[in-house]
Design a protein around this ligand. Structure first.
Ligand code: NAD
Length: 416
């Protein structure tokens, strides 16, 4: 995955005409932390896991990025995803840098007690390098509000009351209304722009979604609310389809109970990986990286792809899709709704008193902050044109630099 994100980075750097020195600085993470996590499992046996945190860039503010619990998590994954976070926060112009991390554990095989302990060990071992003004974790694959609450609690034992150390917390623990669904809402908003670009209405389109966790299920619900048909959904165990449109509320309830869409009675079952080649107008990969590759790209039928997941399209598949005129809304824009609302939560946490807010407020703010009126046909030309263009735009706020790219340069220069 690191190689792939380097490929997109270099393409963007070419568009921007960045000098080699700045490319080197912008590509390299500032810190990589790897920790050994030893816990007593429920049977009294010692278990070892590895935890990772890669802090990529802090030029624009404290670093921010998800924490992923997955057996495939390693240093390269964390580095590639941390890199994406830097560009993502820049695109939506929130004052954060980029970081990412995780633990190479499989939560489906662990009890809640074991997850709690491994999370607390991770905080214990990384407490010197995270913090509200340093690096702020957030939910990602297989982590949720509960895990974020454990992180806040453990970190606060060492540093004192610190709600701003982590984002995506439960509401009662200083979380933000709307954070849970924010990434899905961002996906819906950019799809709305993509439809305008293609001259289509919500009622015209059918949508296939890979992944039905936080991003997939919230995207499905919000897109269905606009009047589109969600005709197929797949997760790691299988897929379910209905040409008339799946009943998303019922599917969400099913997935909450059984932790999979497999077996849902309101549709026909299919083999999960077939989702990528589903006959639908829009495809939303919202699971893991490398969902669309050279192997399956020829069979892609959608003419709009909104990358809910990070890194779901390999460079070769991306080039093939662009050649065919498929409109791809890249991850760093498509799933930036989460980090946008993360900023609201963090700002509330560090300012005290906490503003309770409402869904309406958060959604209104998200629409206000989220990139609008982007020429998505230009985005489809080359994935990283999106970065280049956003970085070359004047920031919304008046600051003493012309563009965010210039700001990177100035920050690097003035901090030595
Ligand atoms: P999640 O753990 O809530 O859900 C992941 C979903 O993907 C589950 O439905 C799981 O069954 C499915 N999945 C896993 N492996 C699969 C496979 N091989 N084939 C098909 N489905 C598979 O995770 P999430 O938070 O929804 O994150 C999904 C993606 O979105 C990740 O790439 C993540 O980095 C990205 N993302 C998440 C957020 C956020 O706010 N949660 C923000 C930005 C980007």
């Amino acid at each position: 995955m690191l190689e792939e994100s380097h490929y997109y980075f270099q393409k963007a750097a070419d568009v921007l005409g960045l000098e080699d020195r700045l490319r080197e600085i912008l590509w390299s993470p500032i810190r990589t932390v790897k920790v050994d996590l030893v816990i007593d499992d429920d049977n009294g046996r010692l278990q070892h896991y590895q935890g990772f945190r890669v802090q990529h860039n802090r030029s624009r503010g404290p670093m921010k990025g998800g924490l992923r619990y997955h057996p495939s998590m390693d240093e390269d994954h964390a580095a590639a995803l941390a890199n994406l976070m830097t560009w993502k926060t820049a695109i939506v112009d929130v004052p954060f840098g980029g970081a990412k991390g995780g633990i190479n554990c499989d939560p489906s095989k662990m009890s809640e007690r074991e997850l709690n302990i491994v999370t607390r060990r991770f905080v214990e071992q990384t407490k010197e390098v995270i913090g509200p003004t340093i690096d702020i974790p957030a939910p990602d694959v297989n982590t949720n509000a509960k895990v974020m609450g454990w992180i806040m609690d453990e970190y606060s034992k060492y540093a004192g009351f610190s709600p701003g150390v982590v984002i995506g917390k439960p509401l009662e623990l200083f979380g933000s209304v709307g954070r849970d669904e924010a990434t899905g809402r961002g996906v819906m908003i950019v799809l709305e722009e993509a439809l305008k670009d293609r001259g289509k209405a919500w009622s015209d389109i059918s949508v296939a979604i890979q992944g039905f966790g936080n991003v997939g299920s919230n995207s499905a619900r919000l897109i269905a609310e606009q009047g589109a048909r969600i005709v197929a959904v797949a997760d790691h165990l299988g897929g379910i389809s209905n040409e008339d449109g799946l009943d998303i509320d019922a599917l969400v309830a099913w997935a909450e109970e059984y932790r999979t869409v497999k077996g849902f009675p309101g549709g026909k079952a299919f083999n999960g990986p077939d989702i990528i080649n589903w006959d639908a107008d829009v495809l939303i990969p919202a699971a893991l990286e490398d969902a669309i590759t050279e192997e399956n790209v020829e069979g892609v039928k959608a003419d709009i792809i909104v990358e809910g997941a990070n890194g779901p399209t390999s460079p070769a598949a991306h080039e093939a899709l662009v050649k065919r005129g498929v409109l791809i809304v890249p991850d760093i824009l498509a799933n930036a709704g989460g980090v946008t609302v993360s900023y609201f939560e963090w700002a509330q946490n560090i300012q005290h008193p906490w503003q309770r807010g409402s869904n309406e407020n958060t959604n209104g703010l998200l629409r206000q902050y989220f990139p609008k009126g982007m020429d998505l046909s230009e985005v489809s030309q080359a994935k990283l044109n999106a970065i280049a263009r956003r970085l070359n735009e004047r920031p919304r706020k008046t600051l003493n630099f012309e563009t965010p790219a210039e700001r990177f340069n100035q920050c690097v220069a003035s901090t030595g």
